[in-house]
Design a protein around this ligand. Sequence first.
Ligand code: TXA
Ligand code: MG
Length: 330
Amino acid sequence: MTETRYFTTEDKDLYKAAELIKEGGLVAFPTETVYGLGGNALDPAAARKIYEAKGRPSDNPLIVHISDIGQIEALAEEFPPMARALAEALWPGPMTLVLKKKAVVPDETTGGLATVAIRMPASKAALKLITKSGCPIAAPSANLSGHPSPTRWQHVKEDLNGRIDAVIMGEPCMGGIESTVIDMTEDLPQILRPGLITPERITEILGVPCSYDPAILGRPEEGLVPKAPGMKYKHYAPKAKMLLFEGSREQVVKTITQRAAEYRSRGWSVAELLYEDSTRAAECLFADLRRCDEEGTDIILAMALSEEESVGFSVMNRMLKSAGYHIEHV
Ligand code: TXA
Ligand code: MG
């Protein structure tokens, strides 16, 4: 057991947190997407501690967080013009770029890959922490492996209290789903993990097509192996059984209301998840799944989002995993 310290986002606290990072410690911090569990990205021992604290398989590489585009040169072998254009247009923001790595980035951080994933988060506290630490910060989402990503510092406490050195008690995350991961090592950009930065936006900036890794378009039973190692794991499974319903809003609402009444009459505890739009769904989904676990929900009945629209597709990528791909057309 480590005694976990809880810090505010005031400068004097961020200095203390940065000292812990410099000493090889682990600090959870807010970003605009989800909370991250940070350690010195160039220190193999810190990276190993991150895997251990999360109970995460060590072949799943970490995202390296920077606070200045100038830091890329020391981390990546190449910074292709298209990658630079995206970085300049969208950072700080919910986008991660995969680039060829330099030898200085340890295999422990990249899960043995020849590439490194880099992102500049938009939270002020995160940017200050990185700058004050004087090193890039490797940070996966600050949850126990297999749990929903944390969007509030209290979620980090639930999962990692006693396992890490400190938690920065920042604002709730507005984005709510993890960053869009884009492979920039080929001629054209390819999205390896969908997020709030959409392929349309990338095309608008670069003027070239942007595809999805085919493995994230299909269902797991199709057997395609995702290029982002983390995408192959079963994520975000709530303790409750979860069912998705797709169809017209009216029909879905009717069906969920009916089924909820049936389950309740059998004495089950039921949660209904009906979001107004995909942005709101992104913001609330992980917190809602955690609340269902806390409240001992037996079954979650959720309205599917339209996958036609890119943010809806990104949130559905998470919801389908949570529901073990149980989706019913009504
Ligand atoms: O929004 C986010 O990205 C959050 C915050 C904390 O920044 N971080 C996050 O990290 O979601 P994590 O570790 O939970 O997810 C990282 C994803 C995984 O799917 C991993 O496999 C992929 O990025 N990834 C990391 N490095 C990669 C690389 N070199 N090549 C391909 N995929 C990579
Ligand atoms: Mg994660």
